[in-house]
Ligand binder design. Structure first.
Ligand SMILES: NC(=O)c1ccc[n+]([C@@H]2O[C@H](COP(=O)([O-])OP(=O)(O)OC[C@H]3O[C@@H](n4cnc5c(N)ncnc54)[C@H](OP(=O)(O)O)[C@@H]3O)[C@@H](O)[C@H]2O)c1
Ligand SMILES: [Zn+2]
Ligand SMILES: [Zn+2]
Length: 347
């Protein structure tokens, strides 16, 4: 066991503080990683303050981890000390069910082991996230960071990236698809980049008109301000696919009216009860409301490799570990351009 420095929440509060945690001694299949950067996902904030009612304390957030291998267990074959690696939201799963065999570990029938706030499948110890100096993860759940990717700007790909890439691929977004990305934050800005890279015509649907110019630089062709009733009316029935990244419960009705015939609204943001809506919004035009959760390990590697070859990376504001509470406060006000990334050298 190794003791490592970390920042976390001792109780249901959004204020994080320094403490130390234990990382397990290496098992045969384990990879020990010195963490260089960790992205700040809105889920970290939700979990820290127990918005979902199932956080165990003490709690250490962080599931957008990049770093360097420091040691490997005796059975590890694909990594060696010095390799640039990453860890996302998943550190284990049952490995045998149909979902795991289909490389969709995030939907494991026996429940996935999250990078934080879960229990290790072997010894039951709590999992702690990447707001820390080091982590130990089983080889099948470790990703490789291609040389072409900047380490800091790669970190957000591990959650914001894969959570938006996976549904865009699943719903075959490509040339000719009219895509609306709702919410221009961590997930949203990656959604815009990937949808544009896949050849779609992209609109950012935002509550923040000031983000409009940035959205165009990220790859959006149009900007729709969701609080502008006239603009929303004009945009009715004009989208094939809407990616909804709003982090809180919200009425989906205004967005369903934007869908064209056979269009889909895919929710990846709010993990919450949503207000009801009229079924006629779906029946008229064979529309669907869907959801999507992160992505599997193989697809995450595919996305990292694609980012390396196409020069796609997150737009980041690198912060010191001690700046996390201020970053959480800004994230709550939708004041993020477009992902905070913690430099672990400051811990
Ligand atoms: N499905 C999954 O597997 C998965 C994975 C990761 C995260 N998540 C969830 O996804 C959500 C988004 O995460 P994130 O890290 O992208 O958050 P974020 O960086 O805070 O961005 C969310 C954006 O949504 C918009 N927004 C915020 N409050 C809003 C409101 N009340 N009404 C309308 N729009 C609002 C804002 O964009 P504008 O200023 O442009 O309006 C904001 O920047 C979180 O709830 C997180 O827990 C889910
Ligand atoms: Zn996340
Ligand atoms: Zn499984």
């Amino acid at each position: 066991m190794t003791t490592t420095a970390a920042w976390g929440a001792p109780a249901a509060t959004a204020t994080l503080e320094p403490f130390s945690i234990d990382r397990r001694a290496l098992r045969d299949e384990d990879v020990a990683i010195d963490i260089a950067f960790c992205g700040v996902c809105h889920s970290d904030l939700h979990a820290a303050r127990n918005d979902w009612g199932r956080t165990n304390y003490p709690f250490v957030p962080g599931h957008e981890i990049v770093g360097t291998v420091s040691a490997v267990g005796s059975g590890v074959t694909t990594f060696q000390p010095g390799d640039r690696v990453a860890v996302g939201t998943i550190v284990d799963s049952c490995r045998h069910c149909d979902a795991c065999e289909d490389h969709e570990e995030q939907y494991c029938r026996k429940g996935v082991t999250g990078t934080y706030n879960a229990k290790d499948r072997i010894d039951g110890s709590p999992t702690f996230g990447g707001y820390s100096k080091s982590i130990v993860v089983a080889e099948p759940y470790v990703l490789r960071v291609p040389e072409a990717l900047d380490m800091a700007r790669a970190a957000p790909l591990l959650c914001a990236g894969i959570t938006t890439y996976s549904p865009l691929k699943n719903w075959n977004v490509g040339p000719g698809t009219k895509v609306g990305v709702i919410g221009l934050g961590g997930l949203g800005h990656m959604g815009v980049k990937f949808a544009a890279a896949l050849g779609a015509e992209v609109t950012i649907i935002t509550t923040s008109p000031a983000k409009g110019e940035d959205a165009k630089a990220l790859g959006a062709t149009h900007v729709l301000v969701s609080t502008d009733k006239d603009a929303m009316k004009t945009a009715r029935a004009s989208f094939d696919f809407l990616l909804d990244t709003i982090p809180v419960a919200h009425d989906v009705t205004p967005y369903l009216t934007l869908l064209d015939r056979q269009g889909t609204l895919c929710i990846v943001g709010a993990i919450d009860m949503l207000p009801s809506f009229h079924s006629a919004l779906l029946l008229g035009g064979q529309k669907a409301v869907a959801g999507s959760g992160v992505g599997g390990i193989a697809q995450t590697q595919e996305m990292l490799d694609l980012c390396a070859t196409q020069g796609i990376h997150a737009e980041c504001e690198v912060i010191a570990m001690s700046g996390i509470n201020a970053a959480f406060a800004r994230m709550e006000k939708a004041d993020v351009k477009y992902r905070f990334v913690i430099d672990m050298a400051t811990l």
